[in-house]
Write a protein that binds this ligand. Sequence first.
Ligand code: ZN
Ligand code: ZN
Length: 225
Amino acid sequence: MCQLPRRLRHAETPKYRGLQSCNRNGAPLNGSVHDVAVIDIAGFVTDLKSHAVDHGFHVHDERHFVETYSLRQLWEVDLHPEEACNGPIDLHVSLEIDPRTLLSFEDVVLAMDDPDDDPPEGFTFPLVFTWTFPPLVHPPDLLVLATEVAGLGGVELPLEVSAIDSFHQVTDAPERSLTVVSRVPVSLANVYKGDNDPVCAVLDTCRNVSLNLLERVPFWIGDIH
Ligand SMILES: [Zn+2]
Ligand SMILES: [Zn+2]
């Protein structure tokens, strides 16, 4: 189990509602632009990256998008297993933040009598893991692969396999690209409590899946015969 320090839940990050009520120079209209957020999403993503490193991944890139109208946010992190720094596996992780879910959760937490009480379950954001590979020369049987990886991921990390065939020229043979995807709900209650154990378990399973795939990919892409 990971022993990273527990994150402060009341980190000082600007709150959505604070941001919405600024004037154009960023000055608060209601005197609370730097109100205290109930949960710290940026901190969660930072924690996720340090856990990924602890669980045997390299973090190579990250991006953060905010839709200006809806305030929907997308955090993306590019990982791969330590053993595959120069390929052939990439693991793309994304966290999608629906501001309505975040605000509803904040409302419920702010209405709690004691802020140290356990917050309600049922508020989640999807954390999506996507494994990608170079174009496949000897693609595997998808049904067999799907069954085998499902066994590796278990209920904790439900894995789906999909493939796309593309043709550069109509006369060319198809080139198959494969993706393995898992969508895991992140409980806002756990983020609020600073409970990282579920994330640690998921990352451990991600690593097992990655190492298993890493053994198979060289054959698929024609590096070994
Ligand atoms: Zn690397
Ligand atoms: Zn961990």
